[in-house]
Design a protein around this ligand. Structure first.
Ligand code: PLP
Ligand code: KYN
Length: 420
């Protein structure tokens, strides 16, 4: 595919002309740099604000002003059911039924909650396999979880490391580590895409390996949601959590997503921490004893929907519905490949550590700089390229296909040329 790429304005312009998703760029606000839109490659950390967000929030402000408590029932988008607006679009992206998915709280909170359901250690079966170098919040969550159960993290948490001299995990090593735990394995918990390397793991193979040992497979899909379409139901994953402020553009602190496979979600006896929002809607207002969970992931809801927070996500997901996650992925594969091609034309002193196989990565490329990474990152930022730096030594570039163009990627390359 790369042989057809050209580092020229005419090539990039022709790509943008034939891109059926190009018009979505104008639906977003961009940070400004010297009077022009900055190049935004940080959608893997915080997605941009859709222009439609303001009106969506204004609608809820008006309904609150005019209807007050009646808004729960009579708002344009009745607040009682606000969280259900997302189910269909989220289900489409995550490959599950609308009942298997819900939106609530935030990522690490949801991780803790769902771990209460799925991590029920016994004397024999208590180990959790995870990737070494998982996002710190996940590491802290698992460390504190096993301590809460009186276990020693050094024994209960089994981290998979890359081989000596390598930066990525080999699937065979992940599967081997899982198999070696045997009956002691309670669960695997991996990031679908590692935030640092950008590696997309083999979710179905890892899930099947965990099941083979009689364990659950859980996933943190923060860097997958809205980036790579997945098939959580068919892949038999037990549960997954993600945030909505990265590729999904829900805004800082946006309500997070939760998937629970129907084989667990439809079991009312499945252990959980409940609250009235997860209770059967018919009896929610009876004010009686006895928790009766709603079927599906919604049975893990706890509190009243965070309407203002969710309004931004609602507006953003409408754009995803229009664009189509499969179309976005198809563009993303090409856009990131173009970025990779152009990086290959420069003499930047770095190595792309993200897998070269497009099926093993999403939008993000991670550049490892043995030295001067922070200085080079600072120069990129001064030049109007918004990207981030993660210790040790990595600059992450994520051209989100919803609002990044081929011309952006080329402009980035032109800026890099001025560095040497
Ligand atoms: C993989 C991963 N897990 C967890 C988090 C933490 O999410 P939150 O602050 O929404 O709990 C992030 C990002 O902040 C992340 O990228
Ligand atoms: N929530 C944040 C607050 C402040 C700064 C960054 C974040 C991120 O989300 C970082 C992202 N998870 C990452 O992959 O680095």
């Amino acid at each position: 595919m790369n042989t057809a790429f050209q580092p020229t304005i005419s090539f990039a312009a022709a790509q943008d002309m034939s891109d059926g998703l190009a018009s979505f760029k104008s639906k977003f606000h961009f940070p400004q740099h010297e009077g022009k839109d900055a190049i935004y490659f940080c959608g893997n950390s915080l997605g941009l604000q859709a222009r439609s967000v303001e009106a969506a929030i204004r609608q809820e402000l008006e309904d609150w002003r005019n209807l007050a408590v009646e808004g729960y029932f009579r708002a344009k988008n009745p607040w009682l059911f606000y969280h259900t607006h997302f189910s269909e679009t989220m289900a489409g992206m995550m490959g599950c039924s609308p009942e298997e998915v819900t939106v609530m709280n935030t990522l690490t909170v949801n991780l803790h909650l769902i771990l209460q359901s799925f991590y029920r250690p016994t004397k024999e079966r208590y180990r959790i396999v995870m990737e070494a170098g998982a996002f710190p919040s996940d590491q802290y969550a698992l460390e504190t979880l096993v301590r809460l159960h009186g276990l020693d993290p050094d024994d209960a948490l089994v981290e998979i490391h890359p081989r000596e001299g390598e930066k990525l995990l080999r699937t065979e090593d992940i599967l081997d580590t899982i198999a070696r735990q045997g009956n002691s394995l309670a669960m695997t918990l991996m990031g679908g895409i590692n935030y640092y390397t950008g590696q997309f793991y083999d979710i179905p193979a890892i899930t099947a390996a965990a099941h083979q040992q009689g364990a659950y497979a859980g996933w943190d899909l923060a860097h997958v949601a809205g980036n790579i379409p997945v098939q959580l139901h068919d892949w038999n994953t037990d549960f997954a959590v993600w945030c909505s402020y990265k590729y999904l553009n829900g805004g800082p602190g946006a309500a997070g997503g939760l998937f629970v496979h129907e084989r667990h979600g439809n079991d009312p006896a499945f252990p959980r921490l409940g609250g009235w929002w997860g209770n059967d809607e018919k009896t929610r207002f009876r004010m009686e004893k006895g928790f009766v969970p709603k079927p599906g992931a919604a049975g893990w809801q706890i509190s009243t929907a965070q309407v203002f927070n969710m309004a931004a996500l609602k507006a953003s997901l409408e754009l995803f519905k229009d664009a189509g996650i499969e179309n976005l992925r198809a563009k993303s594969l090409r856009l990131t490949a173009y970025l990779e091609f152009l990086l290959g034309q420069t003499s930047l002193p770095c190595e792309i550590i993200t897998p070269g196989d497009p099926q093993q990565r999403g939008a993000q490329l991670s550049l490892f700089f043995p030295k001067d990474g922070t200085a080079i990152h600072a120069r990129m930022m001064e030049s109007g390229i918004i990207c981030d730096y993660r210790e040790p030594g990595v600059i992450r570039l994520a051209p989100a296909p919803l609002y990044c163009s081929y011309a952006d990627v080329l402009r980035f390359h032109d800026v890099l040329k001025s560095f040497s």
